[in-house]
Design a binder for this molecule. Structure first.
Ligand SMILES: NC(=O)c1ccc[n+]([C@@H]2O[C@H](COP(=O)([O-])OP(=O)(O)OC[C@H]3O[C@@H](n4cnc5c(N)ncnc54)[C@H](O)[C@@H]3O)[C@@H](O)[C@H]2O)c1
Length: 270
């Protein structure tokens, strides 16, 4: 029925990095829409207690380190025990980024960027998503039903515009948006394409959702530079993305696989 097109009340949606800025927003909204939601994060968010009280049958937080496959496997067992079923949707949302206010060690020149930082970002963003796909995708393949949403960024499609950060360099800070985030986020695009083909016959859809920058108390100069560069002249808010998450979680996207849905106010159109 057309009125049920975007229904997600039969879905069990596992979100990695669900304690972060966007993950917590998705968690609350998907619960409101009737889905069962599993938060997989190394750290607990302060509102999880109240979500457990408000949605005792539909919400579950499972402390999970996506860099440890045994932790992901244990989480799957916990989810199956609670819901008597396995997740039908996996959102690979956890990531390590270095926002404008983070340390210059995380945001130095390409030449100075350390192996340690590289490994930290690439491992979390790519290896963590790869292992979650292995564990949860394998279950979806057995059940012949599933949707995987890999979260990417505009910086995974185009280079960061380093002129945005010129004001920091003028003030003596050797600040460049680092390479590892760009490389890991573009890796998500082909993790998606590979798995969309590999699991097509198992009725698992795999798509990338590429996001533009989100308001998060950035300093005034950064905000001016960013908003001047983006055609819609503003950064995103978390509510700009939830429609796409619901679309990719629901039957509305039943013939969508291997795609990249870009929500960036036009940033990558230039
Ligand atoms: N916020 C933005 O401006 C923006 C823009 C484009 C894309 N994105 C993407 O959206 C996603 C969410 O972004 P966000 O701003 O909410 O991030 P965030 O930094 O607020 O949250 C990331 C979460 O991931 C968790 N995490 C980190 N390592 C983990 C691990 N090993 N195991 C389990 N959990 C781990 C952290 O505890 C944290 O709660 C990311 O993939 C990010 O790259 C964000």
């Amino acid at each position: 029925m057309i009125s049920n097109l975007f229904n997600i009340d039969k879905e069990i949606i596992a979100i990695t990095g669900a304690s972060g800025q966007l993950g917590i927003y998705y968690t609350e909204k998907l619960l409101m829409l009737g889905a069962k939601v599993v938060s997989l994060d190394i750290k607990e968010h302060e509102i999880f207690d109240s979500l457990e009280k408000e949605y005792p049958d539909n919400f579950l937080y499972v402390k999970t380190n996506i860099l440890d496959k045994s932790s992901i496997n244990k989480s799957l067992t916990t989810i199956k025990n609670k819901f008597k079923d396995s997740p039908t949707v996996l959102i690979n949302n956890a990531a390590k980024d270095s926002p404008p206010e983070s340390s210059s060690k995380d945001n130095c020149s390409f030449e100075e960027y350390s192996e340690e930082q590289w490994d930290n970002v690439i491992d979390t963003d790519i290896k963590g998503s790869f292992m979650c796909c292995q564990v949860f995708g394998n279950e979806m393949a057995k059940n012949k039903n599933g949707s995987i949403i890999n979260i990417s960024s505009i910086y995974g499609i185009v280079s960061p515009d380093q002129s945005l950060y010129e004001y920091k360099r003028r003030n003596g800070d050797d600040f460049y948006k680092p390479v590892a985030y760009s490389v890991s986020k573009s890796g998500m695009l082909n993790l998606t394409r590979y798995l969309s083909v590999y699991w097509a016959s198992k009725n698992i859809r795999v798509n990338t959702l590429t996001l533009g920058g989100v308001y998060n108390n950035q300093d005034k100069e950064f905000l001016n530079n960013y908003t001047n560069r983006v055609p819609m002249k503003r950064m995103a808010n978390p509510d700009d993305f939830i429609g796409a998450i619901v679309y990719l979680s629901s039957d509305a996207s039943k013939y969508t696989t291997g795609s990249n849905l870009i929500i960036d106010g036009g940033w990558t159109a230039i």
